[in-house]
Design a protein around this ligand. Structure first.
Ligand code: AMP
Length: 116
């Protein structure tokens, strides 16, 4: 998608600190990290969110699973633990409308959600 910032990172049009990639997914460090390890894993193909995925995206889901394991090992959080978050839609506060999974770790992350 022409105006999508993560499509531009995937294509190399704008720089990012890439830590992992294969034919279906790319992972790079979040530009505003909120934990010592804060990596975003995205599909190469533009998909707005998990709600957009179809059976055709199975190869991406396989890559995502591999990326999570390999990045957690490489970043040293496989044993200490980490959290995966994918904000989907307005109530979740999604800011970038190209599917991404945040991989966060490197410190105790606290409760999953603050009480409303
Ligand atoms: P969200 O859509 O709320 O799940 O989060 C979007 C995330 O993308 C935020 O954590 C941003 O800091 C991150 N982000 C936005 N632009 C860039 C960029 N150019 N490079 C890396 N991370 C980015």
């Amino acid at each position: 998608m022409a105006e999508c910032i993560f499509c531009k990172i995937v294509s190399g049009e704008i720089p990012a600190d890439k830590v992992w990639e294969d034919d279906h997914a790319v992972a790079f460090r979040d530009i505003r990290p909120i934990a010592p390890v804060h990596v975003l894993i995205v599909p190469r193909a533009h998909r707005e969110s998990f709600a957009d995925l179809t059976a055709e995206d199975a190869p991406f889901l396989a890559s995502l699973a591999r990326a999570i394991g390999e990045i957690a090992e490489k970043e040293g959080v496989a044993r200490s633990g980490y959290r995966l978050i994918s904000n989907t839609g307005p109530d979740a506060g999604q800011e970038v409308f190209h599917l991404h999974v945040h991989l966060l770790g490197g410190r105790p992350l606290g409760p999953m959600l603050k009480k409303a």
